[in-house]
Design a protein. Structure first.
Length: 278
């Protein structure tokens, strides 16, 4: 009986729970994808009447042909990419300092940094808005990148610190003996050696900036509106009453992230596995 529990029952329950989790998380995405390629009448009826013959990409074409939607996608790509670069550059410097240099109370500093993210974003909306307005940065890429980076950097530093600590000290020592400065050792040895972890961290920062909605709503008005804010505007707009159009816009926001994860999946998995071994 015990052999049966260990060999069959427990693995079966685990697989069933994983399958249930996958279905639970993917069902909304699949349904939105279905809505984006079917006429509205097909899925609002009870029961839904989905037909392959009604399959169409015209709602994607219609959304992409709208200048505002195309501009929102471009804004999100630019903002997320710049945020990712800023987080990697400053996060690498801070993480290397915490991982390799003998600083007093460095763990306390890291703890305070990560703990700062426990503050709800809603509490910081007004201070961030007033700060960006005083700096004349409202409705600019700079405002979004600064705010997104400020919120993502504690996590990026924490992740990169753990990855850097897995790099053998001997590799860095050999580079220093060959004449590398600490900065040179960071970019020539540490980052390449922790490559999968750095890629996983970069993807995390990119997705975090791409999915951000609240500060995008508050800090932008017209010029640099991200796609998440644009989707919200379409949902509440009476002009776009066709939910297939809104679903197509939602899928346009999901597809780039999914493609990014699929392309970099090997590095992400390796990075996460190395993180688990810490």
């Amino acid at each position: 009986m015990r052999h049966f529990l260990h060999t069959w029952l427990r693995p079966s329950l685990l697989y069933a729970l994983v399958a249930l989790f996958v279905v639970w998380t993917m069902a909304p995405v699949v349904w939105i994808g279905t809505m984006s390629v079917q006429p509205e009448i097909n899925y609002v009826s009870v029961p839904p009447h989905l037909s392959i013959s009604d399959f169409s990409l015209r709602w994607y074409n219609e959304m992409l042909s709208e200048p505002d939607v195309a501009a929102a996608l471009r804004n999100s790509v630019i903002t997320a990419t710049l945020t990712m670069v800023v987080c990697l550059v400053f996060g690498s410097l801070a993480a290397y300092t915490l991982a390799r240099l003998n600083m007093p109370r460095k763990n306390l500093l890291l703890g305070i940094s990560v703990f700062s993210r426990m503050i709800p974003s809603m509490v910081l909306i007004i201070p961030m808005f007033l700060l960006m307005r005083a700096a004349s940065l409202l409705d600019s890429y700079a405002a979004l990148v600064i705010v997104y980076s400020a919120f993502l950097l504690p996590y990026v530093i924490w992740m990169l610190k753990n990855f850097f600590e897995q790099v053998p000290v001997a590799l860095e020592s050999a580079a220093r003996m060959d004449g590398c400065t600490r900065l040179g050792a960071l970019f020539r040895v540490m980052i390449p050696a922790a490559g999968p972890g750095v890629v996983a961290t970069a993807v995390f920062a990119f997705i975090g900036a791409w999915n951000e909605f609240l500060f995008g709503l508050i800090l932008t008005t017209r010029q640099v509106v991200p796609i998440t804010v644009k989707i919200s505007a379409l949902v509440s707009s009476t002009f776009h009453s066709d939910t297939s159009l809104v679903a197509a816009t939602g899928m346009l926001a999901i597809i780039p992230v999914v493609v990014l994860v699929i392309v970099l999946n090997r590095y992400i998995v390796r990075g996460l596995v190395e993180g688990v071994k810490m």
